[in-house]
Design a protein around this ligand. Structure first.
Ligand SMILES: [Zn+2]
Length: 432
């Protein structure tokens, strides 16, 4: 049975840190239990304390746990996992959460603590996956409140916040308060692209230990595709290179023919750019493909949520009170639609960004060829096309095109309307 860190690809140093921390966390719990047992034994002596010995023991155990945590014995209560998309930030956070809940303190992968955490059903582990463009303050307050309760499994309350860079300022402040005065058995695990102040506020950063993840090597990604997903070595090597270190993307390319088709369409863009009209056509095609991909990815969840809400609201009910219920229901449906629109927008941006990363990979290949750099191409299947481009545009023209793609990503990130940013990029790619 592989342990919980097995899927964390090419991150040996981070895994080392997390294993040590999990062992230290287990030692903290043992120390607290021992202290509690000593106090319980001492409590055999009659006492007139109204609170009773148990309350005293509990307090002391918590205090001891807090002391041990603060002693920095490899464990601390707030962590930030940083790294480029696809490097495994949330995989690392979930694996660490499992190791904290592991009966053996190692993340064995087999005990109920490990198993329920990895399958997302552990009562003391909450994964916050924002679906809209940001995580709001109400969501965060409710979370912080629940995180402060005593862990039902007797180990830790673990809160994992994926995309902590998408916290609103108010939500960030609510989180900061909890991290500044942490309940003794609560651990916060944040995931963000980097510790840049734009991603994570300086004050939150200063209270957390950072676990940096690098971009895994194509070899490491290919290895895990073969071992875990049963992909053939040839396909695994191709997908790992094409995905540029993004493990999830590599797996999709290796297994999903639709994802491969979309990638091929994106990589056909450079040779389709024969004039202004073609540039605008290519922009439309790219935007519409991203929209279609996003719609496919959220449609099922949208329909299921709506059906669940309608059932909960007793859709189709008649009789007294039904009119009032329908008015209330309309409000709730409106809220749901708003959340779903926000999720769809984000799915579209993510799909478009993946396409732009593929396109950037193509021009990067052309640039390394123009410079005769001894580097393996990202897209082995369009290497010949990239080579032809390198000859036609020379290094400078290729670099300008690569920059146009990167500027387009930055513009969309800065909330420029995607169509406008993509049209500007296509014109630059055509003109050079
Ligand atoms: Zn375990």
């Amino acid at each position: 049975m592989p342990d919980v860190f097995a899927d964390l690809v090419g991150q040996d140093e981070a895994v080392d840190t997390l294993r040590r921390a999990a062992a230290a966390a287990s030692a903290v719990l043992r120390a607290a239990a021992a202290a509690s047992a000593v106090l319980r034994a001492a409590a055999v002596v009659p006492t007139t304390d109204a609170d009773g010995p148990d309350a005293l023991a509990e307090e002391s155990a918590d205090a001891q746990a807090a002391v041990a945590v603060d002693a920095g014995a490899g464990m601390t209560h707030a962590w930030i996992f940083t790294g480029p998309p696809g490097s495994g930030r949330s995989v690392a956070a979930r694996a660490f959460a499992a190791a904290l809940q592991c009966a053996y303190g190692t993340g064995c992968g087999a005990c109920p603590g490990c198993h329920t955490t990895m399958t997302g059903t552990h009562a003391d582990v909450r994964m916050v996956v924002p679906e809209g463009l940001s995580i709001g303050v109400n969501e965060m307050r409710a979370l912080v409140l629940r995180a402060a309760s005593t862990p039902s499994g007797g180990r830790w309350q673990v809160v994992v916040i994926e995309d902590a860079d998408r916290l609103t300022e108010a939500a960030g402040n609510a989180l900061l308060k909890a991290i500044e005065e942490p309940p003794p058995r609560t651990v916060f695990l944040l995931c963000a692209p980097s510790t840049h102040p734009e991603d994570i506020s300086v004050t939150i950063r200063s209270r957390c230990r950072v676990v940096p993840l690098g971009q895994p090597s194509p070899d490491a990604v290919a290895e895990v595709l073969v071992r875990r997903d049963g992909v053939t070595p040839d396909v695994a090597r191709w997908a790992a290179a094409a995905a540029q270190g993004h493990v999830g993307r590599a797996r999709r390319l290796a297994r999903d023919p639709e994802a491969r088709k979309r990638r091929e369409a994106v990589l056909a863009v450079p040779r389709r750019l024969t004039g202004v009209g073609a540039a605008f056509d290519a922009a439309s095609a790219l935007i519409e493909a991203a929209e279609a991909e996003a719609e496919a990815s959220v449609a099922e969840a949208d329909a299921a949520e709506r059906a669940a809400l309608e059932t909960a609201l007793g859709a189709g009910g008649t009789g007294r009170g039904a009119a009032g219920a329908i008015r209330g229901a309309a409000g709730q449906l409106k809220d749901l639609e708003k959340r779903q629109r926000s999720r769809a927008t984000r799915a579209q941006r993510d799909a478009l960004d993946r396409a732009l990363v593929d396109l950037a990979g193509f021009y990067r290949d052309a640039l390394t060829m123009a410079l005769r750099a001894p580097v393996a191409p990202v897209h082995t299947d369009t290497a010949a096309l990239a080579g032809a481009g390198a000859q036609k545009w020379d290094a400078e023209g290729t670099l300008r095109r690569l920059e146009a793609v990167l500027e387009c990503r930055a513009a969309i990130e800065a909330n420029v309307k995607p169509r406008i940013a993509v049209e500007a990029m296509m014109l630059s790619l055509w003109k050079g």
